[in-house]
Design a protein around this ligand. Sequence first.
Ligand SMILES: N[C@@H](CCC(=O)N[C@@H](CS)C(=O)NCC(=O)O)C(=O)O
Length: 231
Amino acid sequence: MIDLYYWTTPNGHKITMYLEETGLPYSVKAVNISQGEQFAPEFLAIAPNNRIPAIVDRAPAVGDGPLSLFESGAILLYLADKTGKLIPADARARWQCIQWLFWQMAGLGPMAGQNHHFGSYAVEKIPYAIDRYVNETGRLYAVLDKQLRGREFIVDEYSIADIACYPWVLPERQKQNIADFPDLKRWKESIAARPATQRAYAIAKTVNVKPSINDEASRKILFGQGRHTVR
Ligand SMILES: N[C@@H](CCC(=O)N[C@@H](CS)C(=O)NCC(=O)O)C(=O)O
């Protein structure tokens, strides 16, 4: 059994998508990041970066005793390694998959995240910052669109690279016109139609019935962090 420390955000969706695709047994431990639950000592013991997602695998394939992990990319790689599912068996394709997973973790996720921050959450609307992240998100969409030309998925077969990227492609919120990226659009629609994706996003609706992080108290928790909040 895997305990999934989860909230209803793009990085959280990655792990429910993987678990739903593969059928690994898991139980959701909700961590409401708008209410500061990411600072609970029990959670920090697993995830010292005070960010979801995190897992505790109570029956790991390696070593003795429960294994805990944070960082969505590491979790996806760990689960793929454990099950052999959704990572190519062929060594070259496997490295392609890992390469695109890192691309998402280091590029698409952080840049789209800043896009959301400056476009939606920042009280002061700073044109330079908004343009910077909208443009960079557009560039990353174009890179992914190009990779998907002539391919059904990022490395041909559906993999953790697709799962990592999918929740972060949110054209409306990221001020992108998806019609400008036809292969990305087709890819996005095909993943949205997968039963496992639909189950994963349905879980989000049951866990978080009031999906807003833009009230004053939540903003303070989420955007008032600094060295003083590391416990
Ligand atoms: N690189 C990390 C990023 C995780 C992350 O930023 N999680 C957000 C939700 S998507 C979070 O927990 N935020 C809580 C906070 O900012 O305190 C990963 O991919 O796991």
